[in-house]
Design a protein around this ligand. Structure first.
Ligand code: PMP
Length: 459
């Protein structure tokens, strides 16, 4: 473990200036240093990059005796590994020289065509020339933010929002304005009000970032009627939408919801990924963007990685063309539906009165609001001691709200472990509630379950 510097725990610099004079580093265990000798050299944006306080707990949470309802790792046990191995062997022996070479900055043309076929399942009519392959959709988020945002620029996001997107927005020093959601997704009227409020300050919203389908972390899906409203509000305010859709094909009933991009070819940047439908380790995602934006993205991609990994792209491409990948996605959907059912059943059985939760129609996550008075972040160490882990809601807000909420994921543990995890969690919550009754309201900090700040400060 890296040693804490003296003074404030977790702090590596002078709290006033964010900088400190560099003392001589004290070597520990060969390579760790006691103080950050480089603190006075970092760029301003680096000062905002801090490890989360819950990271240390997660190293404990990954022990086998802990049921982790925290991570978002897909379950890969069902992947046809023998078939994938054959695909990789054939690829190397028949096409290894190309597959192991540098590739195009935009991504391989054949894969970009296949990506258009994947997106057609969500109603998107796209041209391969408007697709840029990225290192996961996470890199797509990074590149999009890099080409649009200067420090202080406003990005509008759902409340709560994907933690990895908030990390990117923080790294580029964006000003995040959260907009309320409910069980039908982003609330259009709240979006309209937020856009009007920002416009009223004379600022420009650089884009609105949304996960409309099987939301991470909220587990809700934007209804068809609201999709039309959101598109019309964005058109009215001339705001770019970034539609992040890694879970779109992982619905539990019927056809995938129609993507926002299907009904609006302009003013939308769409992010997709093979991480949840095939394998995250390959790190292959993509961005579909209006042509001019696509050109900037390719330049940004080239300066970032020269080209997305040719080998990973070749594996994905061969997998899509030689394997029944639609059948595989169907199997994943059935597996996750079974786990979702196990989680919802366990929540109904064990949660104390006053708790409520969302009922996802797809994806990996349930968003739980705790009974009044409980604080998910304060409770986490006790939960981990009771051998269950989750992510406190505060991780999904740029402004510290969400303490009365938590994200539970059902994607990775088998159904019986999910049931056991929820039972342990409910027992911890019961103990906490009892403590509060005994010692009064000071036993836990009261947080907000709902994002309802009427006037986010965008100045
Ligand atoms: N967006 C969302 C909403 C996600 O949940 C994730 C992964 N958890 C990503 C983007 C990034 O996925 P990847 O980079 O693996 O494509």
């Amino acid at each position: 473990m890296t040693a804490q510097p003296p003074g404030r725990p977790g702090s590596t610099g002078d709290p006033g200036s964010g900088r400190r004079a560099s003392p001589a580093p004290t070597p520990r265990h060969g390579h760790h240093t006691r103080l950050d000798a480089y603190a006075d050299r970092y760029a301003t944006r680096t000062l905002g990059m801090t490890a989360s306080e819950i990271r240390a707990l997660f190293s404990v949470a990954s022990r086998p005796e802990v049921v982790s309802l925290a991570g978002g790792m897909p379950s890969l046990a069902g992947l046809p590994l023998d078939a994938v191995a054959d695909t990789v062997r054939d690829l190397v022996s028949t096409n290894g020289v190309a597959a192991l070479q540098y590739g195009s900055g935009q991504g391989e043309p054949v894969l970009r065509e296949q990506i258009c076929e994947v997106m057609a399942l969500e109603g998107i009519d796209a041209h391969p020339d408007d697709v840029v392959v990225t290192v996961g959709s996470q890199q797509g988020l990074d590149l999009v933010t890099r080409i649009f945002c200067d420090p202080g620029d406003v990005v509008v996001c759902e409340a709560p929002s994907y933690v990895g997107a908030l990390g990117v927005f923080r790294a580029y020093e964006c000003n995040v304005v959260h907009v309320e959601m409910d069980d039908r997704g982003l609330v259009p009227e709240a979006l309209r009000q937020a856009l009007a409020r920002v416009a009223g300050t004379g600022r420009r919203v650089k884009f609105c970032y949304t996960v409309p389908t099987y939301h991470n972390p909220a587990g809700v899906t934007l209804t068809a009627q609201r999709r039309a409203e959101v598109l019309s509000i964005c058109a009215e305010f001339d705001v770019l939408l970034v539609e992040d859709n890694p879970y779109g094909l992982l619905g539990f009933a019927g056809d995938p919801p129609r993507a926002l991009r299907a009904d609006e070819p302009d003013r939308i940047v769409y992010l997709g990924s093979f991480s949840k439908t095939f394998a995250p380790g390959l790190r292959v995602g993509w961005v579909l963007a209006p042509h001019a934006v696509r050109e900037k993205l390719v330049l940004a991609q080239e300066s970032s990685t020269l080209c997305p990994p040719a080998f990973s792209q070749a594996v994905v491409s061969a997998y899509l063309s030689t394997h029944d990948w639609r059948g595989q996605v169907k199997q994943f959907r059935e597996l996750y539906r079974e786990r979702r059912d196990a989680m919802l059943a366990a929540l109904s059985e064990h949660m104390p009165p006053g708790a409520s939760w969302t009922r996802p129609d797809g994806g990996f996550y349930v968003w739980v609001t705790l009974p009044e008075g409980l604080d998910a972040k304060a409770m986490l160490p006790r939960a981990v001691t009771a051998r269950v882990a989750y992510v406190p809601g505060t991780a999904f807000y740029a402004d510290g709200l969400g303490s009365r909420c938590m994200r539970l994921s059902y994607c990775h543990p088998p159904a019986d472990r999910i049931g056991e995890g929820v039972r342990r969690l409910a027992a911890v919550m019961g103990d906490e509630l009892e403590l509060r009754q005994t010692f009064g309201a000071t036993a836990g900090r009261i947080g907000s379950a709902r994002y309802d700040s009427p006037s986010p400060d965008v100045s």
